[in-house]
Ligand binder design. Structure first.
Ligand code: ATP
Length: 370
């Protein structure tokens, strides 16, 4: 009997009230989290939020101060790091400089004294997986940074772990190579079916590779969701602000019907309307979060947009494909709007000091409590 019909929904890892303290400092604060089989899961947050500590507890390099971590339903606490069905790839890759690519990949298998034909076959498979067959006899200093990263990955996957932990795996690569490698990682994860947990402070990277993202703040999980939900429906201004560009317009709730609230945001200005995820009491402070690309900028009041505000252009950044405008609203709040430059003239439509209108639909943003 399998309680989970969908293999993607079977938890591989379960954190149950896990807390980690260093002295009187709480690095990881009462975490409850399931990570599913075959998932590509990202732990995201600013430096010091506890993501590495969470991962090191999975690997067995740290033990929780409180709580339990289950792997396949069993408490992992008694299992030493080298006996866990997990493997961790470090930022530095830690390849052996004197060994060839092939021998680096074979290292863990040899140590387990597996039969030579089995090792050879497995290493060949891994070389194919990371497309390094031609480089098998080279030493680490004779290959590129991106290739070294792939050797490290192949070495980690050779023993077919259930869980692979990746600590800022692409941190050493330049932007272009990093982006290419993200797709390779996704492809390799898909092919092997191994559960990947990646630690990163790069929100774009997390959004690109992961099927689900956990955002951390001061040792706590603040939101765990798919990338689109994190982006479109952030749970707080902290999450909204951490993931991509966002405007936070502060206002006061003046009315509510069903799930739609009315927000007064400046004296003598028409209210705006938006969907609220939680019930908000009239009179309470509300933060309206909206992404710049969801706001249309126009010279006259938009006829179709249910929400419209007017203001003055403070500055414009022309980025080729898009232009971004900072617009100061009555009362002093500043909104960033973005237009896609579909033709050459679109980029030149407005200039600073112009009075413009900004419009958006009711579903374009989300109202948050804090
Ligand atoms: P970064 O992205 O900078 O690596 P992080 O989110 O991974 O940050 P952690 O490395 O998990 O953060 O650290 C969380 C907090 O716990 C930090 O404030 C750190 O100084 C503290 N910490 C981590 N390890 C120890 C330790 N062994 N002793 C004392 N404090 C520690």
């Amino acid at each position: 009997f399998a309680p989970w019909d969908d293999p993607h929904e079977k938890p591989l890892i379960q954190f149950r009230n896990v807390t980690k303290r260093f002295g009187d400092f709480t690095a990881v604060d009462n975490i409850e989290l399931d990570i599913f089989e075959r998932e590509f899961f990202a732990l995201l947050g600013p430096s010091g939020c506890g993501k590495t500590t969470l991962m090191r507890m999975l690997a067995g390099f740290e033990t929780p101060t409180e709580g339990t971590i289950l792997l396949d339903g069993k408490d992992i606490a008694p299992i030493p790091p080298n006996r866990r069905a997990t493997n961790m790839m470090f930022q530095s890759y830690a390849l052996f400089p004197h060994l060839t690519v092939r021998d680096n990949i074979a290292f863990g298998l040899k140590r387990e004294r597996r039969p030579k034909p089995e090792i050879d076959a497995r290493v060949d498979e891994m070389l194919r997986l990371v497309q390094l067959q031609k480089f098998a006899t080279r030493k680490p200093h004779q290959i590129s940074g991106g290739q070294r990263q792939r050797v490290a990955l192949a070495r980690c996957l050779a023993k077919a772990p259930k869980l692979l932990l990746l600590d800022e795996p692409l941190g050493a690569l330049d932007k272009k190579l990093r982006e290419e490698t993200q797709f390779e990682l996704m492809d390799i994860q898909e092919k092997t079916g191994t559960t990947f947990v990646i630690v990163t402070h790069d929100q774009e990277e997390a959004m690109t590779v992961a099927s689900r993202v956990a955002v951390m703040d001061h040792g706590k999980l603040v939101q765990v969701a798919t990338p689109d939900v994190i982006y479109e429906l952030p749970s707080s201004t902290y999450v909204a602000d951490f993931i991509g560009d966002v405007n936070i317009l502060e206002g006061r709730i003046t009315g509510q019907d069903d799930d739609r609230v009315e927000i007064a945001w400046a004296e003598d200005q028409p209210s705006i309307h938006a969907k609220a995820r939680v019930a908000l009491a009239p009179g309470s402070t509300a933060y309206f979060a909206i992404r710049p690309e969801k706001i249309a900028i126009s010279a006259t009041r938009p006829e179709t947009a249910p929400n419209a505000v007017t203001g003055k252009v403070l500055d414009i950044a022309y980025l080729g494909n898009i232009s971004t405008y900072h617009v100061e609203l009555p009362g002093g709040q500043v909104i960033k709007a973005q237009s896609t430059n579909t033709d050459r003239m679109a980029a030149r439509e407005f200039t600073w000091d112009d009075t413009v209108w900004l419009g958006w639909s009711d579903a374009a943003g989300v109202v948050l409590e804090r």
